[in-house]
Design a protein. Structure first.
Length: 339
């Protein structure tokens, strides 16, 4: 969600001011088309995109299978999939430009997805300068340490691997090799922006070339704080614990629900008043399946009346919950945005 917000904000400010006479292209394979996408930006992020911005769309719906998840060697195979999709996107953008009698190559490839392997396609094959906004590195030293310590992870380190010294060594070698490749392709970026000090430190340690050239900088995610200044901070709030984040595995919503169950086990009287509200969006079928598993977990732990799911709702709904919640919680293992 934050990465989309940054993309919209960038288009509205930087491109309008610096490239107002340029051919501006959005590459997207979402279900939102021109009118709906602009409306979505307004509703979800309270960002108004001017009608004077020349937006052109290249839709990649029929190629979304390039990003299909892989059960084995997922980091490498899915990265190759992003390269295939980037090649198709840039190829189609050239075709669209040719149709419009504009035979110029794309000048800037702006990536807000964190798929650094696409920079090979954009920079080496198509000659684009790469602008990257990195919210979370594809691989990190934390992941390497996790494998080295042979600890079980909720989403990226299966138990059968952690139990075997041999498979742990093989996976550690695979991760180390991938991290080296990730560092090389990431360093193709002309400018890399990151959302926090934590991400900055990890990206600098991985993208050594870009770090040496001082191309990595921190830009905290834009937030319309004026909207929240209107809230009455003195008014009595409800006993609501609020969690905001996409229903992705690294957000570890399971831990939040299990923590609530333990809280109620220790203090049964709180079950009558305390409520956990999970606000987030689903990117696709995998997130929707994860959300359904969370609903099943609440039934298993007898927390149906104590946990609410607020899914794919507009910005105004998030504002409303923030104005009445008493506690905010996040369980991402890396302290993103907290520094």
């Amino acid at each position: 969600m934050v990465r989309r917000q940054y993309a919209y904000q960038t288009v509205e400010t930087s491109l309008e001011e610096a490239f107002s006479h340029a051919y501006t292209l959005f590459v997207s394979f979402t279900r939102y088309y021109t009118t709906d996408l602009i409306k979505h930006a307004q509703e979800r992020f309270s960002i108004t995109i001017t009608k004077n911005l020349p937006l052109k769309f290249v839709h990649l719906n029929e190629y979304s299978h390039f990003l299909a998840p892989s059960s084995s060697f997922s980091l490498l195979l899915e990265s190759i999939g992003t390269m295939r999709l980037a090649y198709k996107a840039l190829q189609m953008s050239l075709s669209a430009a040719a149709t419009a009698s504009d035979h110029s190559m794309p000048h800037i490839f702006c990536d807000t997805t964190g798929c650094a392997f696409t920079y090979v396609v954009a920079n080496v094959l198509f000659g684009c300068k790469v602008l990257a906004y990195v919210h979370y590195p594809t691989i990190s030293t934390d992941m390497l340490n996790l494998v080295w310590e042979r600890r079980r992870s909720a989403y990226n380190h299966q138990e059968y691997i952690s139990k075997s010294r041999l498979t742990t060594s093989i996976k550690l070698l695979y991760y180390t090799a991938f991290a080296a490749l990730y560092g090389m392709v990431g360093s193709l970026s002309s400018l890399a922006l990151v959302n926090s000090t934590w991400t900055y430190n990890h990206i600098c340690s991985l993208w050594k070339g870009a770090a040496w050239l001082k191309r990595i900088h921190i830009v905290f995610p834009p937030c319309a704080v004026t909207d929240f200044q209107q809230n009455d901070v003195i008014k009595e709030r409800q006993s609501v614990v609020l969690s905001i984040g996409q229903f992705r595995p690294e957000k570890d919503h399971v831990l939040q629900i299990e923590a609530l169950a333990r809280l109620f086990d220790s203090h049964p009287s709180l079950q009558e008043t305390v409520k956990l509200v999970l606000i987030g969006s689903c990117r696709g079928a995998s997130d929707e399946a994860r959300l359904e598993q969370l609903r099943v977990l609440t039934k298993t732990l007898d927390l149906v009346d104590s946990v609410s799911f607020v899914v794919n709702q507009p910005y105004s709904v998030i504002q409303e919950w923030l104005s009445k919640a008493s506690v905010g919680i996040h369980t991402v293992r890396a302290p993103l945005g907290m520094d």
